[in-house]
Design a protein around this ligand. Structure first.
Ligand SMILES: Cc1ncc(COP(=O)(O)O)c(C=O)c1O
Length: 413
């Protein structure tokens, strides 16, 4: 509902439709109902012990004052080192790195730093729910590239070339993808990078790539993750966004970062500093040593969590294929399956819900089987025919959840 006392910006911002189902699932749980949740975008694991200990020690050592806005030199150096050694992004110093309140905040600030009103942001859809609203708040215009489950939700180089105009300012890449659970191969990313380089040299000289690599470590089947920032032809116009939330099970800590090499990288990070200094200031000081511990000492912990995710991915892939009228590409990374359930549109659930959309399918699943998933409308594109199932939960829950989904499907008339 729009309110004349609010800004146009606040009135125009769409509320998240997905929150409605999450809210109802919470209420049912609070009322003692046995709801199985497949909605959360976060690992079920607790943060590894060495990281927790580093923060506790920092608190006891009195690291309780303001931190530098973009992070301590040690934490920024640790990020620069990680991106250099693990991701092959050359030439990064601490001055090329900004640490903010999660990847989400870094993305928000990056759009603020890059966009003027009317600037175009190319967004392959379905995509994570916050990109489009963040672009909108910055005054930018989203240009969607449609993808489908048949192609693993991947855009082609030709689609990208066709979407680029002189007003193109940003291309957003998110691989592995939330909500799709698929990813680009290194060769596919190189082919997209070649289009960016070609178009930046002709049609779109101010085009920048934002590559959100927050799920880079959660990948399966021996797949290889390639950072766009390691591709020479576009490295100096590529901003890498990442954070500790997913790989290190640190969603509640709120640690994310942005990095970009070269001269543009320095001026971009200075802009991030100006924006963040007027907004949140730095993240909590006692978290800074924990960032260093996570990035330098916890690869073994990450590997254990990733292998648990891989077992779950195989399980849900196998079990979900048993359910009629549910189509999806096999999970390749992150911890989501994005499944097309539109074969069931036009049917009616036992409680009388008419299934005409992803939202009503998700409602029927919650009402009739007490299983919470995220309806796909907010992710854009063909998301309105899909539900997102997050399998960041144990194998018993996955089996029980797929049983419930199968029961719903078989009860539809
Ligand atoms: C694709 C993607 N990018 C960024 C984020 C932001 O994560 P955080 O702010 O916890 O770092 C998320 C969280 O769900 C995500 O799925």
């Amino acid at each position: 509902m729009s309110d004349p006392l609010l800004s146009r910006r606040a009135n125009e911002l769409k509320p998240s439709a997905t929150l409605a189902v999450a809210q109802k699932a919470r209420q049912m749980r609070a009322a003692g109902e046995d709801v199985l949740a497949f909605a959360a975008g976060e690992p079920d694991f607790i943060t590894p012990e060495p990281i927790r200990e580093a923060a506790k020690k920092a608190l006891d050592d009195g690291l309780t004052h303001y931190a530098p806005t973009l992070g301590t030199p040690g934490a920024r150096q640790a990020v620069a080192d990680k991106l250099g050694s693990e991701n092959g992004i050359a030439g990064l110093t601490p001055q090329h790195v900004a640490i903010g309140v999660g990847g989400k905040h870094c993305l928000f600030n990056a759009f603020q730093a890059l966009l003027d009103p009317g600037d175009e942001v190319i967004l392959p859809v379905p995509s994570w729910v916050s990109y489009a609203p963040q672009v909108q708040i910055a005054g930018g215009k989203v240009v969607e590239i449609q993808t489908s489950g048949e192609s693993g939700f991947r855009m082609t180089p030709d689609q990208l070339r066709a979407a680029i105009t002189p007003k193109s300012r940003v291309l957003v890449i998110n691989s592995p993808s939330n909500p799709c659970g698929t990813m680009y191969s290194p060769d596919e990313l190189r082919a997209l990078a070649a289009v960016v380089a070609e178009m930046a040299a002709s049609t779109a000289p101010r085009l920048v790539v934002i590559t959100d690599e927050i799920y880079e470590k959660i990948i399966f089947g021996g797949r290889e993750h390639l950072s766009m920032g390691s591709i020479d032809s576009i490295a100096d116009r590529t901003i890498t966004i990442n954070g500790l939330s997913k790989a290190y099970a640190m969603t509640g800590w709120r640690v994310g970062y942005a990095a970009c090499p070269g001269e543009f990288g320095l001026s971009f990070i200075k802009a991030m500093d100006r924006i963040q200094s007027q907004m949140t200031s730095g993240i909590p000081t006692f978290i800074m040593p924990a960032i260093e511990v996570a990035l330098k000492e916890c690869s073994g912990h990450v590997a254990k969590m990733v292998s648990a995710f891989e077992v779950r991915a195989q399980l849900i892939d196998r079990r979900l294929r048993e359910v009629p009228g549910v189509e999806f590409p096999s999970p390749e990374g992150a911890f989501y399956v994005f499944a097309d359930i539109s074969a069931h549109f036009g049917k009616t659930a036992p409680d009388g819900t008419n299934i005409s959309s992803a939202m009503t399918f998700a409602e029927a699943l919650l009402n009739n089987q007490k299983m919470a998933v995220v309806p796909g409308e907010d992710f854009g594109g063909c998301g309105d025919r899909c539900i997102r199932i997050s399998y960041a939960c144990d194998e018993d829950q996955i089996n029980a959840g797929i049983d419930r989904l199968a029961s719903l499907v078989s009860s539809l008339s």
